[in-house]
Design a protein around this ligand. Structure first.
Ligand SMILES: Nc1ncnc2c1ncn2[C@@H]1O[C@H](COP(=O)(O)OP(=O)(O)OP(=O)(O)O)[C@@H](O)[C@H]1O
Ligand SMILES: [Mg+2]
Length: 247
């Protein structure tokens, strides 16, 4: 789905250039979700901006379904680190935003958005504003907005980091089943080793001065269920990933 070759990212500062990462190469295929993990500031969000086409690579190439990625691609949906909801719009309006921008009529938008809000069990909150929602509910609105655009690749930036363990695991299960049902590719950034292993099959471990690409999960996405978290195998994979983070 995505092929990244020798990718570098930097930001210009007053008179200098700050390199965030260099020489990143990897592939993400459908059905082989990738987790991105690494310390704060190592460039995870920057990488997602590049993969979504919202930021241009300074060096290196990104291919999406075999074609060079030039600018924002409609099939790629990015869910931002802090939800990106508009405080003056209701749950329904926030979830419908992408479709309205693309010119869908009110009727069409409703037909697409309502079943998704129902699937995410927030259809009773349609008229609430973001400041009247819990963190988990806000996150679901942001996910609904992304799914409404029928993407084929979902990019999630620390989706569940501010949530309690219970809500977090519930939403992880939900993302897993959504990706399975809709056959979505997934790249997801996290600070949690357990989350990386539960949702990912590959892990990109980003550290200052380099990166590692690991196969962290031989249990296929289709075979994972909430019980998988309790298994010895799951803990073995977590320990494997932990050992790479320590390096
Ligand atoms: N627009 C910008 N201009 C200049 N520097 C930036 C900009 N955005 C990010 N940076 C810098 O680039 C580096 C990588 O930022 P990025 O947001 O990608 O990190 P991250 O790995 O997502 O961190 P976190 O885990 O805290 O979210 C940081 O040092 C950050 O200060
Ligand atoms: Mg970030």
């Amino acid at each position: 789905m995505i092929e990244v070759r020798d990718l570098s990212a930097s930001y210009s500062e007053k008179e200098s250039k700050k390199v965030v990462f260099e020489g990143l190469s990897f592939e993400v295929s459908l059905g082989v979700p990738m987790s991105v993990i690494g310390p704060s500031g190592c460039g995870k969000t920057t990488l997602l901006y590049l993969l979504s086409g919202l930021k241009k690579p300074e060096r290196g190439e990104i291919f999406f379904k075999g074609e060079p990625l030039n600018g924002h691609q409609r099939e790629i949906a990015l869910v931002l680190q802090h939800y990106g909801l508009f405080p003056w719009k209701t749950v329904f309006q926030n979830a419908a935003l992408g479709l309205r921008i693309r010119g869908f009529s009110k009727k069409e938008t409703k037909e697409i958005v309502l079943p998704i809000l129902k699937e995410l069990t927030i259809d009773h909150l349609l008229d609430r504003f973001p400041n009247q929602l819990s963190g988990g509910e806000k996150q679901r609105v942001a996910i609904a907005r992304a799914l409404a655009l029928k993407p084929s690749l979902l990019l999630l930036d620390e989706p569940f980091s501010s949530l309690d363990a219970f809500t977090r695991e519930h939403l992880q299960n939900l993302i897993l089943s959504i990706c399975r049902q809709r056959e979505l590719g997934l790249v997801h950034v996290t600070h949690s080793i357990e989350e990386a292993v539960f949702l990912g099959e590959k892990a990109l471990v980003m550290n200052e001065g380099g990166y590692d690409l690991l196969s962290i999960n031989r249990v296929r996405m289709a075979e994972r269920d909430p019980e998988y978290r309790k298994s010895d195998l799951f803990h073995q994979y977590c320990n494997l990933l932990r050992s790479y983070l320590k390096r």
